[in-house]
Design a protein around this ligand. Structure first.
Ligand SMILES: C[S@@+](CC[C@H](N)C(=O)[O-])C[C@H]1O[C@@H](n2cnc3c(N)ncnc32)[C@H](O)[C@@H]1O
Length: 181
């Protein structure tokens, strides 16, 4: 069972969250955070726990039309909201996925996984980390930002599986690299 199980998070809850994120994004431009993530034109990105898509749009803009963002969330409304935002912004490089863990993506097909404000809510985070590891390319990166956790909590969760190594930190964003097993 997950903290964010859609049985517990109703549509109203999701809409309230989306409303508060609009206010958050008004005061803190999401692009400012995304500019700190090392994203390249043409990158394939899995943004896990995308919510209503505050960070999906800036990611899609940064990687350009030759790249792709797979925006995944457990809540079906996330996909609806992200699709609407993509249309409004005339972006065709975003696909949505509704899932609580597994993503229907090829092994070693993703350059970077981005996880913003999500890690604290993942009860079975080891399963998620295994899935991120599976889809990431060799040396692929996992970027994590979570204001609910301190540095020690973020690092201990990500490093507990021995699937990633710590690379460094840019402001509140932590960069990890997929290790070769
Ligand atoms: C606090 S919100 C953050 C949303 C977005 N990353 C942002 O910062 O604007 C956490 C999101 O993670 C999603 N989530 C939680 N558990 C999940 C899981 N097991 N699988 C996929 N998404 C999940 C929630 O539905 C929610 O949209």
């Amino acid at each position: 069972m997950n903290n964010y199980d859609s049985e517990h998070k109703s549509n109203i809850d999701f809409k309230i969250m989306a409303f508060f994120f609009k206010i958050r994004d008004f005061f803190k431009d999401p692009m400012k955070k995304i500019e700190k993530v090392d994203l390249q034109k043409g990158d394939y990105i899995l943004e896990y726990g995308c919510g209503p898509g505050s960070y999906t749009i800036p990611i899609a803009e940064k990687i350009g039309p030759t790249g792709k963002v797979f925006a995944a969330d457990i809540h079906p409304l996330a996909s609806e909201k992200v699709k609407k935002r993509a249309d409004k912004n005339d972006l065709s490089n975003i696909d949505t996925i509704t899932t609580d863990c597994k993503v229907d993506l090829e092994k070693s097909s993703i350059d970077k996984v981005v996880l913003i404000d999500v890690l604290h809510g993942l009860e079975n985070y080891e399963s998620h980390l295994k899935e991120f590891y599976r889809v990431l390319k060799k040396d692929g990166r996992l970027w994590v930002d979570d204001h609910h956790f301190d540095e020690q909590q973020i690092k201990s969760r990500i490093l507990s599986t021995d699937l990633f190594r710590y690379v460094g930190k840019v402001d509140s964003l932590y960069e990890f690299q997929k290790v070769s097993l």
